[in-house]
Design a protein around this ligand. Structure first.
Ligand SMILES: NC(=O)c1ccc[n+]([C@@H]2O[C@H](COP(=O)([O-])OP(=O)(O)OC[C@H]3O[C@@H](n4cnc5c(N)ncnc54)[C@H](O)[C@@H]3O)[C@@H](O)[C@H]2O)c1
Length: 340
């Protein structure tokens, strides 16, 4: 079967991860990139060895592109997705799919109307240890779920925000520590604990000169009766590996930096844990995030396109964490519990 041609929208730091994954995968090839900056076209062509455009319509008119990877600023994902969908391309977007649930609803509808597949990259769902924990929890090995906590107490220095001014803005980043960095672990927590009924959030900007939060906490009431907490930040020096804690009536599973660190279930054996290294946590350095999980997500998308199937994280799944995070923001502003 011929390879699926890929076009990438955006030429920021994450694009190197895509380039690496695509070059290592069999059924896919990079065809072209779009950069909004005309002065960078030649530089991008040289760096990636394929065509680059500063005109998105030209890139989208290429018939050899079947899949568009959306890697620009988060608050511009929706516009890019809608254009790509109208051009009949399948879409794999970086997280967050968009920065509000309302904008996500618009892109889901647009992809449905144009009959194209929409996937979102929340690559930590592919971590080997997480998949093991997910299977056990979804099989009911922990019994009734009681409490789920996520801690994403990370650090970003001033240069991180200064380097690209969209970061930390409400319009383009949707917020900051929860929406950009915390979203991965919040997504994992929601996937394990189920739908959320109400939240209370308290977010603050205490260190960085940004609009969004650099410190935040949230309390969750899940529909199944369980409770949970989230702490996060990008001002929490030196930045600790993210942590996920799931407690059920029959035991608990704790993960740190994507690895299972505790597995204690009444009357049950511990699994044989693989001694695989983590795919990189990004706790203090965004460039330390590995590419293996991205590779799995792209491969999953290729399979979804070839088999006209559903990707690992579709629009509805990607919407859940954004809905909870924006509810934290609303709750913090109003200083009251917010129902979802
Ligand atoms: N899944 C993950 O773990 C992960 C990791 C990093 C980023 N992301 C996501 O990817 C998206 C892009 O993030 P990023 O960190 O790659 O963004 P970035 O700040 O590096 O780049 C964002 C955009 O800025 C522009 N840009 C970048 N460098 C430029 C330059 N030198 N000159 C002119 N324009 C330039 C490009 O249009 C680019 O698309 C975001 O939605 C983010 O949430 C996801």
């Amino acid at each position: 079967m011929t390879k699926i041609g890929v076009g990438i929208i955006g030429t920021g730091s994450i694009v190197n991860t895509y380039n690496k994954c695509i070059s290592e995968l069999e059924g896919v090839e990079l065809v072209a990139l779009y950069t909004k900056s005309s002065s960078r076209v030649a530089e991008v062509e040289k760096a990636f060895g394929v065509q680059a455009f500063d005109d998105l319509d030209k890139l989208l008119s290429l018939p050899e592109i079947q899949l568009i990877c959306v890697c620009n600023e988060s608050g511009n994902h929706g516009e890019a997705i809608q254009k790509a969908a109208a051009a009949g391309k399948h879409i794999l977007s970086e997280k967050p799919l968009e920065v509000t649930p309302e904008k996500i609803d618009e892109v889901i509808l647009s992809c449905k109307n144009n009959n194209v597949i929409l996937g979102c990259v929340l690559q930590n769902r592919c971590s080997t240890d997480y998949v093991l924990a997910e299977s056990a929890i979804k099989e009911g090995k922990l019994g009734k779920l009681l409490m789920g906590n996520a801690h994403i107490n990370w650090y970003r220095n001033k240069e991180y925000y200064a380097k690209n001014p969209w970061r930390g803005t409400k319009r383009f980043d949707g917020g900051a520590a929860f929406m950009n960095q915390g979203i991965h672990t919040i997504d994992l927590l929601l996937n394990l604990m189920g739908d959320v009924k109400s939240v209370f959030g308290n977010v603050k900007t205490m260190v960085h000169s940004i609009e969004g939060e650099d410190v935040g906490i949230g309390v969750l009431n899940f529909k199944n009766g369980a409770i949970g907490t989230i702490t996060g930040g990008t001002a929490l020096y030196p930045g600790y590996s993210e942590r996920l804690e799931i407690f059920g009536e029959r035991g608990s599973i704790l993960l740190e930096g994507g690895k299972i660190i505790q597995w204690n279930i009444l009357d049950a054996d511990k699994p044989k844990l693989l001694d695989s290294s983590s795919d990189g946590s990004g706790a203090s350095d965004p460039t330390s995030i590995g590419h293996e999980n991205h590779k799995t997500v792209i491969q999953d998308m290729i399979t979804a396109i070839k088999e006209s199937g559903k990707p690992m994280v579709d629009g509805a799944e990607a919407r859940k964490a954004v809905a909870v995070i924006t509810a934290f923001y609303r709750s913090s502003e109003a200083e009251e519990l917010v129902q979802l």
